[in-house]
Design a protein around this ligand. Structure first.
Ligand SMILES: [Zn+2]
Length: 183
């Protein structure tokens, strides 16, 4: 189920509340999806009331973009989609790919991207992170090479982990897109 959540800052405590949004005149209330709190506890600062960022948004499976849409049947009385459970591939569209691409949840996409990163060649990791393997090269015995590998990998991983999701997706898309164009 894809539910639109709203949020706002509770006037009494200044804490963020999430749920459905109710407007009465100039006043705003956020009603949590579970439980029935007192009205005074649900009033939020109207300046802060709006759509909550979605925790695990749907993205284009090809390029990772959020700039996607679905063609759905809607109930004319509520404007709500009635068939979100079984949207056909043809009804999914990515504005960035300009194509009917699959849509997947961000968590799933990030699992794919983290796995892809793990198996990347060292030379590409050097390019992406700016970490140079030579810095860790201390000798040519098996032990020394292994230690250099380990320390290089850890340094690359640290740089990678410091990137945010959009940046990781951007790198993944650029490098995998180039590869598929070559073949
Ligand atoms: Zn796309």
């Amino acid at each position: 189920m894809r539910t639109t959540k709203f949020r706002g800052k509770q006037i009494v405590t200044g804490r963020w509340l999430a749920g459905s949004l109710l407007r009465r005149g100039n006043r705003c209330f956020i009603i949590p999806f579970d439980g029935y709190p007192q009205a005074k506890d649900t009033e939020v600062d109207p300046e802060t009331a709006g759509e909550a960022p979605i925790n695990n948004p749907w993205r284009c499976a090809e390029c990772g973009s959020l700039n996607i849409v679905q063609r759905v049947w809607a109930d004319p009385n509520t404007g709500k989609a009635t068939n979100w459970e079984d949207v056909e591939d043809d009804d999914c569209w990515c504005h960035d790919c300009e194509a009917h691409t699959d849509q997947i949840e961000e968590e799933e996409l990030m699992e794919t991207i983290e796995e892809w990163w793990g198996y990347l060649e060292g030379s590409i990791k050097e390019d992406v992170t700016g970490v140079e393997y030579d810095r860790f090269h201390i000798g040519d015995s098996d032990d020394e090479l292994q230690e250099a590998d380990c320390r290089f990998s850890a340094a690359c991983q640290e740089k990678w982990d410091a990137r945010d999701i959009e940046s990781k997706i951007g790198i993944w898309h650029e490098l995998t897109r180039d590869k598929s164009n070559d073949s």
